[in-house]
Design a protein around this ligand. Structure first.
Ligand code: IP8
Length: 267
């Protein structure tokens, strides 16, 4: 039996791949920048890669409009479930197409088909198809999704949580949270000029991050929740890098450790 090579997880954050200020608008230029780098990671760096993308201006506004993130409370939400799925699948297809254009052999996966949660914690998470797909040399492409929760009815599982769940079930060596800013700041850099980039966070550090509260709609908890998954991953011994993937070669620099302007979360 050949042991599966430790995998690199790349999360394409919704703020990087979509315009959060306009509903249903992808940032095609960022997809064009990211796609060839993913190809390079596979062909040149020989990385085994799982890609996960977030919801951005596709999943979040729809989920929020139907209060899907509050769980199942009324029948009108059933259509909301379908519409969140649709929004995510439309974005998923756009990313699939962008990656295909650059010859990246992706295998699309939609988490609601193989994940069931109870109060947000997976009770079923069928990882085997993802694992076998990876072993064959394909690049699994997953997305943040609305899943059925046996207690709450619905649950929005974020791409960040998916990274954490995968790392609990597969050998993962590093996780990149790609976004449209350089990393975690002391304050919201889009609002405050005083915001300072935090370059390294140790899991034992006490850190203070001020959020603006003016953030665009994010049903999965924004930057603080991202940070808590990053810290949980680091506690498992998996380094996490949070950084900007909207600039050319940005993703490669983050993966290869050549980027100084980013946030490293270390055990
Ligand atoms: O953008 C959320 O994924 P995230 C997906 O990674 C939905 O938090 C359905 C809003």
């Amino acid at each position: 039996v050949i042991e599966l090579r430790a995998t690199l997880i790349v999360k394409l954050g919704g703020s990087a791949i979509t315009r959060k200020d306009r509903v249903f608008s992808p940032r095609d230029n960022v997809l064009e920048i990211v796609a060839p780098q993913l190809r390079e990671l596979v062909e040149v760096d020989k990385e085994s890669v799982i890609v996960i993308h977030g919801g951005g201006s596709f999943g979040h506004p729809v989920a929020s409009a139907y209060s899907i993130d509050k769980g199942y409370t009324n029948k009108g939400q059933l259509l909301g479930f379908s519409k969140v799925k649709r929004a995510m699948l439309v974005l998923h297809l756009k990313i699939l197409e962008a990656l295909l254009e650059y010859g990246v052999p992706v295998a699309p996966f939609s988490p609601s088909n193989f994940v069931l949660t109870r109060k947000g914690v997976p009770v079923n998470f069928v990882v085997k198809p993802v694992k076998e797909t990876l072993e064959l040399g394909l690049i699994p492409l997953l997305h943040g999704d609305v899943v059925i929760d046996v207690e709450w009815g619905f649950y929005i599982i974020s791409g960040d949580q998916l990274a954490f769940e995968l790392a609990n079930r597969l050998p993962v060596k590093k996780v990149i949270f790609g976004t449209d800013v350089k990393g975690i700041y002391t304050e919201d850099p889009k609002v405050s000029e005083r915001a300072k980039l935090i370059r390294v966070i140790r899991v034992t550090d006490k850190i203070c991050v001020k959020t603006s509260g003016e953030e665009v709609v994010d049903v999965t908890g924004g930057i603080l929740r991202k940070l808590s998954y990053a810290i949980a991953l680091a506690k498992m011994g998996i380094p996490v890098v949070i950084g900007d993937i909207t600039e050319s070669e940005g993703l490669l620099r983050l993966v290869r450790g050549n980027e100084k302007e980013c946030t490293l979360i270390l055990p």
